[in-house]
Design a protein around this ligand. Structure first.
Ligand code: NAD
Length: 252
């Protein structure tokens, strides 16, 4: 499908693999000039057709350097906000430091990067801010307190921003993965198997049994929705949260 965004410039965070990697690939397939950001040059080997940029979102200095670079190149038309997920764990017993670290890595980093690209988007009267969230925003996931808590804040930020910039031709949306087959999901399944003393295959079977589609999603199925939201045809979709979860979330 031609999404009419060939020649636009995108920045995809956490682009070395998984959902960010698929988003970068699918945007690139539409002729978008993709800047793929990841923590180290080594991580970028799988993404040679993109322009690499090294950033560690948990390091404020590194985020500031990315912002300075964006200023030099004149910003981007499409921003895909994606970060690594936080450690699993319950709400009880988390320290102030763990909350602050999760908030800094997953929330304030992307708030600042978004802030840096908005002036250029306003000037060009066109922009797409797409933030990768989680089904946990709508239906909090057990033992993922940091993720549930910080992402709820991100959802409030995204929705507020959407109404502030809509009149400038900028859309602001979130895409919520359910269970997409990536390294992160595989490591969560492995941890659940270890914690419960069950066989990994059993844990995966039980996890898949909760999904009406009867399978985990493929990263490209997720990236296709990100690309759609970046496309010209999605110009009237803003302030939305789009689920890519095979029906996992039970609420309407
Ligand atoms: P992943 O672990 O496979 O990939 C994460 C990406 O983020 C990688 O490119 C990694 O290098 C990068 N990254 C990690 N920490 C970083 C840092 N400090 N600075 C810069 N980049 C960093 O994860 P994924 O499955 O692709 O998930 C992407 C996001 O979506 C995560 O926040 C995850 O928690 C969330 N999510 C994923 C699923 C799923 O089913 N895969 C479900 C719900 C939420």
């Amino acid at each position: 499908m031609d999404l009419a965004i060939a020649g636009k410039r995108a920045l995809v965070l956490g682009a070395s693999r998984g959902l960010g990697g698929a988003s970068a690939r699918l945007l690139h397939a539409e002729g978008v000039d993709v800047i793929a950001a990841a923590r180290s040059a080594g991580e970028m080997t799988a993404a040679e057709r993109f322009t690499p940029h090294v950033v560690d979102l948990s390091d404020r200095g590194s985020v500031e350097a990315l912002i300075a670079h964006l200023g030099k190149i004149g910003g981007v038309d499409i921003l895909v906000n994606n970060t690594g997920g936080p450690k699993a764990g319950p709400a009880m017993g988390q320290t102030r430091e763990t909350w602050l670290a999760a908030f800094e890595t997953m929330a304030t980093s992307i708030f600042s990067i978004t802030e840096a690209v908005l002036p250029g988007m306003i000037e060009r009267k066109w922009g797409r801010i797409i933030t990768i969230g989680s089904s946990g925003i709508e239906q909090p996931i057990g033992n993922l307190a940091l993720s549930n808590g910080v992402r709820a804040a991100i959802a409030g930020w995204s929705k507020t921003l959407a109404s502030e910039v809509a009149r400038h031709g900028i859309t602001v949306n979130m895409v919520l993965p359910g269970r997409i087959d990536t390294d992160r999901l595989r490591s969560i399944d492995k941890a659940n198997a270890e914690n419960s003393g069950k066989d990994l295959a059993r844990v995966q079977e039980a996890s898949i049994a909760e999904i009406p589609a009867g399978r985990y999603g493929d990263a490209d199925e997720f990236g296709a929705v990100v690309a759609f939201l970046a496309g010209a045809g999605a110009s009237y979709v803003t302030g939305s949260m789009i689920r890519v979860d095979g029906g996992l979330t039970r609420s309407v």
